[in-house]
Write a protein that binds this ligand. Structure first.
Ligand SMILES: Cc1cc2nc3c(=O)[nH]c(=O)nc-3n(C[C@H](O)[C@H](O)[C@H](O)COP(=O)(O)OP(=O)(O)OC[C@H]3O[C@@H](n4cnc5c(N)ncnc54)[C@H](O)[C@@H]3O)c2cc1C
Length: 478
């Protein structure tokens, strides 16, 4: 049986940030996830914003943790080589009714210590962002909101945690937790049993299912669906700030988001649904995104959409971040309610959870030689001709383009597969290096990546999967 000091359930933003934090200490940490890759569920299908706490409910744990975490983002991105753009955000005020909300929003931001969240007159806003509707009444400017590559946040942290000794068990679903004499004893998974002194539930949308296993579930979790459009790089009207609806209590509303990859995503909706597996876009959802986005940025060309996707926020009833260090099942720690803000908040949340565990008896003795930094895969597409020549001279596979739309080379794909916690499916390659994310959505490069994955993983091409257990790319005709 595998034995560990800490078992983290869930390799999303929260679980992996905690794993990296714990990798600083002389303990054994394992992360297991039912998925075939790190990156989580909500954590890989969100807006990628790292925002201040301007609009957060005042005085809540969520607000406190997000405020601290936001101040950590730049250092984490620098240390782990995660792309980030400091573009700021603008919430254009379109109607007189929205104007009535502005004083309340500014007062709340001030109470949350976000003093640079300001209302600016129409003329100034239009000069900063000429793509906006010329009939706006003004806008709220938030200069410290940024956009990161949300896939690489989790992948980079996982690679770094693995380099520092954390083990990742993927395709490994937790089915039960056994408690004996009031203490967590072992965890039953689809890959066998794991004996763990501490079990941390970072299972997002499924954290209630896990909490029930130790009788620590006095809440429910349901998906709050968000639908998005992805635009092509070549669309003529592009925003240079994050454009956001004037926020409401439930959501920040529809956003037009410039990304680190120089394209735009537009969305999300915020619809409460029952089914935790529902990832279908809907005509109504997308139409509502389109209407709201066009009201803010009338020139957007939705004809330039190349993909649509859905993310599901793990919305908790009652709402709010909740961290339980169990007294009934010693060693169990449950995290729930990390809904719309968890990408930004995960860095400080990890520290907070580790501290709570230490207070409850986990001995955290610092290792010597913990590796703080990780370097990303060098992207051919971002380089000048001279830099490209230098890359090819060092590694000729940088001269072989596999994904034409995004200019991704064979060298980058091999690195994505060969790194710690490497890619084993087409989607995992895509999230690491963007192969298949361009205009043709993998039409050209998929067969080539199937060949490379089969060769590298030592499996027949028929066994190469898009994602998950059953999504094989090729039919086996035998
Ligand atoms: C549409 C949308 C927009 C958002 N925008 C932003 C934003 O701009 N900025 C921001 O900061 N936040 C944003 N968020 C919120 C953020 O994405 C989440 O708060 C965060 O990703 C939650 O991370 P997590 O690790 O808790 O959950 P997840 O990423 O969902 O990870 C949970 C993991 O647990 C695993 N798991 C579940 N059950 C089991 C089991 N039985 N056994 C093993 N593994 C299991 C799952 O497979 C999954 O990998 C957004 C979310 C959505 C959906």
């Amino acid at each position: 049986m595998i034995k560990t000091d800490v078992l983290i359930i869930g390799a999303g933003a929260v679980g992996v940030a905690l794993a990296r934090e714990l990798s600083k200490y002389k303990i054994k940490t394992i992360v297991c996830d039912k998925n075939d890759d790190v990156g989580g569920d909500a954590s890989k299908s969100n807006s990628g914003l790292t925002s201040t706490s301007a609009t957060m409910p005042v005085g809540t744990l969520e607000c406190k943790i997000r405020t601290i975490s936001h101040s950590m983002v730049d250092n984490i991105c620098r240390d782990l080589d995660i792309p980030i753009i400091h573009c700021g955000s603008i919430a254009p005020v379109l109607y007189p009714e929205q104007m009535e909300n502005v004083p309340g929003l500014l007062a709340r931001a001030f109470q949350n210590g976000v003093y640079d969240y300001e209302f600016l007159p129409k003329e100034d806003i239009l000069e900063m962002e000429p793509t906006l509707n010329p009939n706006i009444l003004g806008g709220i400017y938030s200069p410290r909101d940024s956009q990161v590559n949300q896939f690489l946040v989790v992948i980079a942290e996982a690679e770094n945690a693995a380099e520092n000794g954390v083990e990742f068990l993927l395709d490994c679903k937790v089915e039960d937790i056994c408690v004996s004499n009031g203490r967590v004893e072992k965890v039953v998974t689809s890959k066998g049993e794991i004996e763990a002194k501490w079990v941390v539930n970072c299972a997002g949308l499924h954290c209630d299912d896990i909490a029930k296993m130790v009788d620590e579930c006095d809440f429910t979790v349901h998906p709050r669906k968000g639908e998005f459009f992805v635009f092509s790089h070549n669309t003529p009207v592009k925003v240079s700030h994050i454009i956001s609806s004037v926020p409401s209590a439930k959501t920040r509303g529809v956003l037009v988001i410039p990304t680190v990859d120089n394209n735009m995503i537009v969305g999300p909706t915020a619809d409460d649904v029952e089914d935790k597996t529902d990832r279908m876009t809907t005509r109504e959802g997308l139409e509502s995104v389109r209407t709201q986005a066009l009201a803010m940025v009338p020139g957007l060309r939705f004809e330039d959409t190349i993909a649509q996707f859905v993310g599901a926020r793990p919305a908790r009833e009652p709402e709010g971040y909740n961290i339980v260090v169990s007294k009934k099942a010693l060693g169990y720690v449950g995290i729930s309610g990390v809904r719309s803000t968890g990408l930004t908040a995960s860095f400080a949340l990890a520290k907070y959870i580790a501290h709570e565990m230490q207070e409850a008896g986990l001995v955290l003795e610092r290792k010597v030689g913990w590796i703080r930094t990780r370097r990303g895969i060098v992207r051919f597409a971002d380089k000048t001709d001279a830099e490209r020549d230098a890359l090819i001279a060092k590694d000729p596979l940088y001269g072989k383009i596999i994904c034409r739309c995004e200019q991704v080379t064979e060298s980058e794909i091999l690195q994505a597969i060969r790194r710690p916690v490497g890619a084993k499916t087409l989607d995992a390659v895509k999230r690491r290096v963007r192969a298949g994310m361009g205009r043709c959505q993998g039409g050209f490069c998929s067969p080539l990546i199937i060949e490379i994955l089969a060769r590298e993983l030592g499996i027949p091409e028929e066994e190469v999967r898009k994602r998950g257990q059953k999504a094989f790319m090729l039919a086996d005709n035998d």
